[in-house]
Design a binder for this molecule. Sequence first.
Ligand code: COA
Length: 234
Amino acid sequence: MKIKTEISASQDHEHNIRGKPLGDLIRNHSFVETLFLLFRGNMPNKAEEDLLNALLVSAAEHDIEAPSLFVPRISTSVGNPPQAALAAGILSIGPSHGGAGWEAARLLAGPETPQEIVTRFLKEHAPIPGYGHRIYKDADPRVSVIEEKIRVSGVSGTHFDRARAIEKELATQKGKHIPLNIDGAFAACVLDLGFAPETALELFILARIAGMSAHINEERQQHNPYYRLENGSL
Ligand code: COA
């Protein structure tokens, strides 16, 4: 059976991504532009390229205390090769850490009003994906910078506005401020850039792999013995 794809094709040793020769992409275009071509199917304008670049920077690293950054180091310290340590890091991403973007994007792209979303989640005693943080209780500092970026970019911020409306409604119904977090802001921008909802998680992971890889390299260079918990802590 032949796998059908509209992403790429090769003929006479020339490889094309969405009809653009790879040689042209290598010569004249950025990695971020190539991501648009791969995921959205067409090239971005400058503002869109800048916004996705900013999103990828925001997700690349976030301190060794984050599971997706210390887990790859632990996997490296026991002697695993980089691909295994990266896989371990990716598997440490989940709904509570870095992995809420897909579900947040589905909500933001869906038909429910902010009021209906908040009412439904509070009734089910379930956390709304994209809100709340283990350490940032007032505001996730990455979110305000991303918001600055989208507001000046000229990219329509319809989904970002909706994300803020849900935050406001959550504060009203819960009687407590629970901030929009990086996963929620990332998801809103990904939708505003015209990507499919699930892309929010894939692009987050892609960016975080850069941070994971840097930690894996540093861990390997340090030649640490493997870590053991002592009295429950590292
Ligand atoms: N939706 C609704 N209520 C939420 C909430 C959310 N996303 N996040 C926290 N709350 C509520 C808690 O249930 C708690 O309510 P209570 O006072 O009635 O018990 C209150 O807000 C305070 O919770 P807090 O202690 O600040 O959260 P936490 O540190 O236990 O949990 C998370 C942090 C990230 C695990 C949690 O906010 C969450 O699951 N968020 C959704 C998933 C997500 O976006 N993950 C990506 C994080 S970057």
